[in-house]
Every structure is written in structure tokens, then in C-alpha cells.
Design a protein around this ligand. Sequence first.
Ligand code: SF4
Length: 461
Amino acid sequence: MSQEITRFKESKDQLFQPVKFEEPRGVFVSTYGCQMNVNDSDRMISLLEMLNYTPVQQPKDAALIIINSCSVREKPVHKVHSEVGRYRKLKLTKPDLLVGVAGCVAQQEKDQLLKDLPAIDFVLGPDNIDSLPEIVSKLHKAPEERLSAARFKHQEAYHVQTLVQNPGVSTFVNITKGCDNFCTFCVVPYTRGRERSRPYKQLVEDINKLTSRGVKEVTLLGQNVNSYTSDCGVNFANLLKGLCEDTDIKRIRYSTSHPKDFTEELIKISADYRDKICEFIHLPVQSGNTEILAKMNRGYSREDYLEKVDKIFDYLPGASLSTDIIVGFPGETEQQFNDTLSLIDRVPYESIYAFKYSPRPFTKAAKWEDHLSEEEKSDRLHRLFEKHKIIAHKLCEKYDDQEFEVLVEKRDEDRGNWSGRTTHNKVVNFVGGENLVGKFVKVKILKAFPLTLRGEFVSEY
Ligand code: SF4
């Protein structure tokens, strides 16, 4: 196996000759991290279908394996190393197997990953996904090559419609790429580059194409969707309004929001168009203490955040909220952590995603003393989850015996029930009715749990 690493250069369109395998070949994609990565994996699979690859559930059935990595949480490089270790053994029995690492770890480590892990054939940064068919074609023609494709591109537009082969009932649509915020704990601006917004007209066209293919719900994706600014000056609030008015989409979700850019105009438009814009807001707070928020470079105080939450409930009293929290940030005292605990008493979060702080490469906070032991951080995390468990159980009682509109996404044949989501992003599993996938139905809730609801079919809308 050659150790030589070649920097991948895209061919001009007319020079690129994709291979097209006569027999379908399996591709296995292992995805870590956020919805952006889930969407990127879908895009990779759709692109590879051009070459006659088809997704498989087991690495052993694959001719191509891609690890779509995430570097936001702990030990990401370690995870890639250990997964590649498993595929190295597989390669001994399948010498034609190609293995690639994509996502933020690929962008962060670039050639170093190829140097450290001889079993990898290519690395692929998030900006280089469109080149995947060409990379795989090249490697097929020259299997001794090892390709590094992790260059930021500043293309304005990247396509959605061509990259979603089987969009289903609900699908993701990227509206921005990258992030300019440089929160002191976060590696994303270094792995996904500066923020770029897709043109408004292109988004309208993409969503109209998706609706004509049966899509009922889209989730608009970006690291900070609220700072979307189109080529023609449309902000995020007006993007939502425009999509409600100019497309046939039935439901719109979005993720992730940044509290500093979450405006009253956006809340007001969400209320005006609540029949389409879902009443679910993921609003990552990260900490309930103003000094820690300043150290995180979040751009808002505890009071600013609470003001926005109050505003949301003024306009949308039925809204459902969730958040992200980091415990044990450098310098966080017990008192400052208590401010986070008191914040979750004050804000009715139906779910929280909380993590222990761990330093990420390139970030400012990584240079600061990580003063707490793992045990102390685990203790804070445990106390946070215990407190929230009680809150979440109490909050979900309001759903008992109520009827909700549910967009049915799938049928679970093993359990014999349908599954869909309410506007509040609650997963509802229910029985009754026939041929319901893709339909909006009324469901009566029989039992509410913090993350899911159980119910029975009432009627179709
Ligand atoms: S807003 Fe902050 S946490 Fe979110 S992606 Fe940007 S830098 Fe990271």
C-alpha cells in the first residue's frame, strides 16, 4: 500500500469521467454528531448513487466505508482511530475496500490522518463533499493513490435537490454553511469555515422541487440559522415568511438558533405563520451565568436570554423549548454552575442536551486551565440531568389526553404502530388508521413521556 498522499484537485466538469459500476456496490456511512452531519451523510450517499453505490447496514457488506466524523465532543480523533482500526482488519480480507474519513475531524487533521492511519484511502472536508464521486472514481482507477480533499471553498451555492435522492416525508435543507461566531469552546469555525448563506431564490426553488416530490416538512439547517442573510438582503425571519408564502411546504423547522440573533421579528413571524412554522425552538443557552457566557463569547447575558424566552412565550404560549448546556467550562465555580441549575427552573425546557466541557483544538478556551477534574464535571452533569428529569416529567403531563396534529413519518412493523411528530417536535407513536405515511392526522395522546407520546388515531385531516 502506497503511503504517498496526493492533494486532490477537482477536474473541470467536462474532464471528469465518473466510473459507473455495472453491479451495485455497497457503501456504509458511519455518522457522528449533529444534524448537519446527518444531512451531509445523506448527500454523500445520494452522490454515490450516481456511481451505482447503494447503502448497506453492515461494514462487511460494503465496498466503500466512510466515517463522517464530528469534532465537537470528546476524543473525536481517538474515535476515528479506533473505528478505522476495525476496518483495517476488514481490508485484509477485502483488498478492494475503500475507506475514507469525512467531516470535521478530516478537516481538522487533514493529511495527518492519512499519515497516522495507512488504512485510510482519502480524507474529505465538509466543503468537499461534492467532489466525492470524483475522488472515488479516481481511487478506483488508481487504487495506489491516497487523496486529501479538505480545502475550504467559497462557492455561494451548493445544491440540495440533486443531493436528496429519496427525500421522504421530512428532509433537511442547508441554508447556511460555516460560522463566524467563534464561541471560545467551539471548533466549528475552524472546521466548517466562515459563514455563507444560500441565495433566497435558490432555496425557494429547492423547496418547491422537494414538495413536488412529496416532502411535507423541511428542517432548515445552519450552525446559526438566525444570522442567515441572502444575496438580496433577506434575513432569517423574512426567509421563513417567504417560504411560507412562496412554497407549498406544509411545515418548517429550523436548527440551530443562536440567542444573540434570535429577534422579536422572528418570533412575531413564527407566531403569524404558526400553521406552518413549528412551535419548537432549540435555543442553546450553554450556561446560566453571565460571566461564563462572556468567557464563552456568546454575546448575550443571562438576562438577555431570559428576556428572549419571555418574548417567545408572549407570542407563542404553546411553544416547546430545548437547549444545549456545557458544564465545567474553565473557571466555572459552584455558584456559577448553580446559576445554570436555577435557569432550568426558570425556563421550561422540555429537553436538554448537556455535556462536560472538554478542550477542542484551535479554540481559545483550550489555552485556559481546565480546572475541574472529570469526577467534578461528571457530578455537575449528573446533578443537572437529575434536576431536569423531574422538570421534564412534570412538563410532559400537559400533553396527556390532548389531541394533536401529527405528520406521519413511518410505520414500525415490529411494534405495529405509526410514528410521526407534532409541531412541538414530540415523537408520537400511535395505533389505528391505514396508509398514513406522509399524511397529517389527528392523534389523541394516551400517555405522555418526556421525549415521546403514545396515542391513538382519531382521524385524517
Ligand atoms: S455559534 Fe458558537 S457554538 Fe455554534 S457553531 Fe458557531 S462558534 Fe460553534
